[in-house]
Structure formats: structure tokens, C-alpha cells
Design a protein. Sequence first.
Length: 561
Amino acid sequence: MNEGGGAQRPRDAAARSCIAVRPLCPPDLRDPACYPHPAGPVELIETHISWVFLAGEYAYKIKKPVRLPFLDFSTLAARRHYCEEELRLNRRTAPELYLTVLPVSGSLATPRIGGAGEAIEYVLKMRRFSRETLAERVAQRGQLSASKVDALAALIAAFHAAIAAAPPVSGYGAPGAIARCALANFEPPGEPHPDAGNSKRLRRLRTWTQAECGRLAGIFARRKHDGFVRECHGDLHLGNIVFPGGRPLLFDCLEFSAELRWIDVMSEVAFLAMDLLRHALEAEASRLINAYLEATGDYAGLAVLRFYLVYRALVRAKIARIRAAQPGIAAPARGAALADRGRYIALAESLAVPARAALVLMHGLAGSGKTTVAQALVEGAGAIRVRADVERKRLHGLPARARTRAGPYAGIYAREASRITYDRLKRIVRDIVASGHAAIVDAAFLWRAERDAFRALARELEVPFMIVSCRASHAELRRRVAKREAAMNDASEADVAVLENQIATEEPLGQEELASAALINTGVSEAALRGAAAGIARRLRKTQTAHAPRSMSPRASKHTE
């Protein structure tokens, strides 16, 4: 369900907590006779801002008559408006689930949905789905597969590409608005905490947040100017994604605050990645981020990713505090909410401290498994990968899997086109390293001059450098390349003719290069290959950890700037 993130606080102190404008009881829709269709036993689900009645094939959502620092459902007109907004927004991503807004007539004790007479309330009618298909439950069962994560990343990227960008004259996504929302996650100075043990930790996070807002102000402004502030989902976590029939749908958009919905697309990606991390799904979080970046090319957005990861963890910590403070909450539920709050604060602390970046080159002939190993490093070491095959196509306005049928050194693979592609890879590496991530460059790097150029870049950026060289027999390479080309399901266009040219012209690693190289035989069993890749990932993590800053200060490392 929708959660608040932190718009500007009302001035009156009473509004800092949940205020009910009438007793917190909805129209009693538990009687099946309230519905104009067979309802069967009706189930009620309650959140801190709504009631949802599950009746037969449908679900009916009523907004609570409450006022919070980030929303105001205090009038019937407001609740109707936000029901209609919720319908509008969610039809962008889940039109099959969101059906209509209906009045409730009668009385609180004997209500009727869609009946004659004056409306006493409004409901949002939705098509019901099995809660077992919620992404959160899928993840808890260990069934959030790589294909599901990839499909989700592609869906989010397509959604972001289709929605409107904020007008330049609007205040949405401006540095001041971002800072206001981020700082609203913290209680005003001097206000007592419901869990005083977290006070020092929150003060440090507030100081970090303030410093980051100042440091990133110019980047925030540039991203808005460049069209990355859009009318997003706004509340994109695992509880608001469903997999009916195995394909992902995004639902329950944030409807009650335009300021919290018109946000940087990277803030949206960060919310879901943070939630995956909360579920201890580090590999899935890294895979999601990488797949999204590969689809959009928005590597410059990495400059704000860490800020938004911390912000989103603190949003959830704030919501847990609100749950704990709700009137009438039972002691066990209050304790669980405060425990949740503590876990989110701890997650925010860990996310605020980046590891030191590194630069890794993949190396090998076509079909040698570079992309497979690179993906394992992405998931095992939290690295960011950039693929030459994808960026080359992007530079020419082509989809990643487009087929140009160009031969070696011709068309988009001509010498000049390759030079431009590698220049783009260098720019992206700078963005990745500046964000505090290890950069993995997935390209053949068969010629010494190309490898030396990136080794020099690593020296310039003062980060560790590694070459991961993938090898297999020529017979195995020919088999793999032919199979891949027949399937046409990869960005690489290398066919057997390209492979033969590579075999004839490659420049093997020199002795001094081998000193910083990890050699991996990909012609082994899948289990052995996974084990070898995991070993390299551990080596890469160790390199990063050894150079990680020990302070939460945003300037603890030059590579976070």
C-alpha cells in the first residue's frame, strides 16, 4: 500500500502525528449484502491510511479520514478526489486491476456500494488478485528469479520512458524540494523520539543527508533540466508489485502527494533496490539496477543513487514510527514496528558508506563467456557493468538486439565507430567510479592499446585495476557463437566469421598484464564456472573493502564526489 515519504510538515505540532478527523471506523462493508454482486465472506485488510475489503472477485478500498504530515484525507471531497487520482495513476501500469470509483450510500451501519442517495464515502473498486502473487511473497519463497528481475527492470524502464517529464517551471525535483522531503524523514530538533536509542544514529544520518543535499544540488538541478524528474509510481516496493500469470504489474501508485510522485526516476529505482536489500536479496538488487541502467543508459544517475537509497530506507523508518504511534496499537505490534524502524535505520547507515570503486576489464574472444562471468560479478560484488555491444547500438539509435549484418571493421564496427564507442565507455566508467561502485567493462579488449587506455584511466581515477580473462577451446567458441547467432537473443552480433578474425588478430595479455589478471576457463561445468566467478567476486569485494572509507562523511573518499 502507499507509504508517505515526507512532504513539507504542517506548522501545528499536532499534525506531526496521525490525526483522525472522525472515529477510525469505516462503513461496515463486511456484510455481503452491501455489494451489487456475489461477495461471499468479506475480508478486511487495514493499513495506516486505508481499509480494503476483499469481496468476491473484487477489492474495495476506502481512505481513512486522517491527516498526516504528508497527506490530508480529512474531507469527503478530498477522499473522492484521491480515489479518482489513484484510479488515473494506476491505470497507467495496471489497467486490468483498477476499474472505477463508486459512491457508498446509506449509513455507516447499513452502507450500500453504488446505491441511491447521498454519498457518505467513496470506494475505489479493483479486481482482486491472489496475494501469493505479490512480489514480496514471491521473494520470501525464494522464487524471485533472474528472469523476473529482468522483466521487472524492463517494465520500469519502459514506464519511465513513457511518462511525462516535470515542466521546467515547476518546483518538482528542484534541489530545495528534494532536501525538504529528505529532511522531513527526521523529527524536528528537540522532539522526543519514540525510540530514544536511535537518536544519535538519526542525528548522524540527518547531518549526512544535509551535506549530501548541498553537495548534490547542482546534479539534482541538472537532472531535472535533462528530463529525469517524471510523474513516477512513487511507492515502488515489493508490496506494490504483483506477478499475475508470471509477468510483473506495478500497482498502488502514490496518489496523495504530487511532490512525492514527481521525482527523479533514480529515486524510484532506489526504492525497489532498497527493498530488495531489506529482504537480503543483494544479488537481485544489483541485477535490477544493472538491467535498468542497461535499458536506459542513465549511468549518470548513479551520482544520486546512493542518496536515494538512504532516503528510501529512512522513508520506511519514518512509516514504521508512524505505525508505532497510531492510537490503540497493541504492544506487540508497536514493538514490531519499532524493530522494523531500527532495521531500516541500520540499513540507511550501511548504504551511506560506499566502498571504494574499482575498474575491471572483461577480456576474451567472442563466445568466451565474458557477459556471463560479468553478470556473476555484478551480482556477487555489487558492481556496475557496461556492455560495449549495447552502448555501440545506443550510439547509433538502435535497440540492443538489433542486427546490422555489418562485417568486421565495417558499419557500426568500423574503426572510427569503435573509437567513439570506447570513448563512451570511458565516460560511463567515470560516472560509475564517481558513484563509488566497481565498474565492469564488458568488451573483447583483444588489443593491447585498448587495454592500456583503460589501465591508464584506472591510474588517473586512483582505483584498483583488474582484467578478467575468459577462455575456452576454439571448437567450443565456434559452437557457442553459432548457437547464439541462431537464437538472436543477445546484443552481440559476432558470428563465426568475426570469431575467426579475432583468433587471427588478437594480442594476448603480456606478462605485466597477467600480474593483474584473473584467468577463468569457461569451458567447464556450470557449477564450476559459478564457483570460479564467485571466487573472483570475493577477490573484487576484498579489494573494495580494503579501500573503503570508514566514515559516514560524504567526502570520506574522493570517488564519492
